[in-house]
Design a binder for this molecule. Structure first.
Ligand SMILES: NC(=O)c1ccc[n+]([C@@H]2O[C@H](COP(=O)([O-])OP(=O)(O)OC[C@H]3O[C@@H](n4cnc5c(N)ncnc54)[C@H](OP(=O)(O)O)[C@@H]3O)[C@@H](O)[C@H]2O)c1
Length: 326
């Protein structure tokens, strides 16, 4: 498939969009006949998801506020031989979402899949956040996902042919995150929405799942959340697999969860973060960042001498039998 470089990259720390899905893994017909609508499809991860879905046979529709960015995505998809349409809308407003979906259906036929990807976010001391700032993030992330999900759900229930929703959450929806409170609470709400509707709408053949990614360099996320190299390095050092996620990591999982490959999976939020949320939860997980030999020496020095000195029966001596309380 022809690749183009339309996506502007103002931050050299952020790699551009990459290759289409490996045809050996994902057949070009994986989503043939589907109409996948991606909110926030005019940039970053949403654009990558839209392009990958089109590469495996789906018609794609992208929704966002900036028409120019949406049109760039449409141009990338059509240049690669796919079908795409754009509709601008501020997803904070239910009427606007419904009108955008209707316009996309006029172009691409009935929507079959929804990707709740659009989001806003900013770092702030929570006590300084205004009602307007809180509304902007929660209105986009949570209300926007609710509006898009229910607008699709109503159509799917009426038509009786099922449907699939994939929401892009974040790992700190579960843990909470200092300085990102509006985002954390709204993503936690999206996860609750996903689990709730998986049960309520299962009878209609509607599946809902989510992906909780760790950091993935995109122009939008890096500009808002990772202002300098030191913070970037600090974030990277927390990840057991030693690197940030990539658009391929995300889109491979997205294709799986959108397609019938995952036909029996619903109500699940899949973490995709190189182990980051597990590593930062445990008391001693930070130790994994120290050199292994240093740890081995430290642990050996801490061991009671009697552990290495077998008792008369060959078992550890008395002082080594009982761990100290913690
Ligand atoms: N990149 C990461 O490290 C990371 C990690 C975890 C989760 N995520 C999640 O992944 C998703 C994509 O993030 P990204 O990094 O690709 O950021 P991004 O490029 O800034 O994408 C956000 C998109 O949302 C759209 N949007 C924002 N407000 C909107 C509104 N009110 N109505 C309609 N569209 C709106 C934006 O388009 P307009 O401005 O044109 O409207 C933009 O295309 C988000 O849900 C984010 O929380 C990202």
């Amino acid at each position: 498939m022809a690749q183009s470089n339309i996506e502007p990259m103002s931050d050299e720390r952020v790699p551009g969009d990459d290759a289409p899905p490996d045809p050996e893994v994902f057949p070009a017909t994986l989503l043939e006949g589907a109409h996948v609508v991606v909110t926030g499809g005019g940039s970053g991860l949403g654009r990558s998801i839209a392009r990958r879905c089109a590469a495996v046979g789906a018609h794609v529709g992208v929704i966002g506020r900036r028409r120019g960015r949406l049109d760039e995505t449409v141009a990338l998809v059509t240049a690669a031989g796919g079908t795409a349409a754009a509709a601008s809308a501020d997803i904070k407003h239910a009427d606007a979402v419904d009108a955008a979906l209707a316009a996309l259906e006029d172009h691409n036929g009935p929507v079959t899949h929804l990707v709740n990807n659009a989001a806003g976010n900013f770092l702030a001391l929570t006590e300084t956040i205004t009602e307007r700032g809180f509304d902007a993030v929660v209105g986009t992330n949570l209300y926007g996902s609710f509006h898009a999900t229910t607008a699709c759900g109503r159509r799917w229930i009426e038509r009786g042919r099922g449907g699939t929703v994939l929401s892009i959450s974040t790992t700190y929806a579960a843990s909470g995150s200092a300085y990102l409170v509006p985002s954390a609470v709204s993503k936690a709400g999206i996860e609750a929405l996903t689990r709730s509707l998986a049960v309520e709408w299962g009878r209609h053949g509607i599946r809902l799942n989510g992906i909780a990614p760790g950091p993935i360099p995109t122009e939008g996320a890096w500009k808002r959340l990772v202002p300098d190299d030191a913070l970037e390095e600090d974030l990277r050092a927390r990840i057991p697999l030693g690197r940030f996620g990539t658009r391929d990591d995300l889109t491979h999982l997205a294709l799986f969860l959108l397609s019938d490959l995952s036909a029996y999976i619903t109500g699940q939020i899949v973490s995709m973060d190189g182990g980051e949320h597990l590593a930062t939860g445990g008391w001693f997980n930070e130790m994994a960042r120290r050199p292994k030999q240093e740890l081995a020496a430290m642990f050996a020095a801490m061991r009671p001498p009697s552990r290495d000195t077998p008792g008369p029966t060959g078992t550890p001596g008395p002082a080594g039998d009982e761990p100290d309380g913690s």
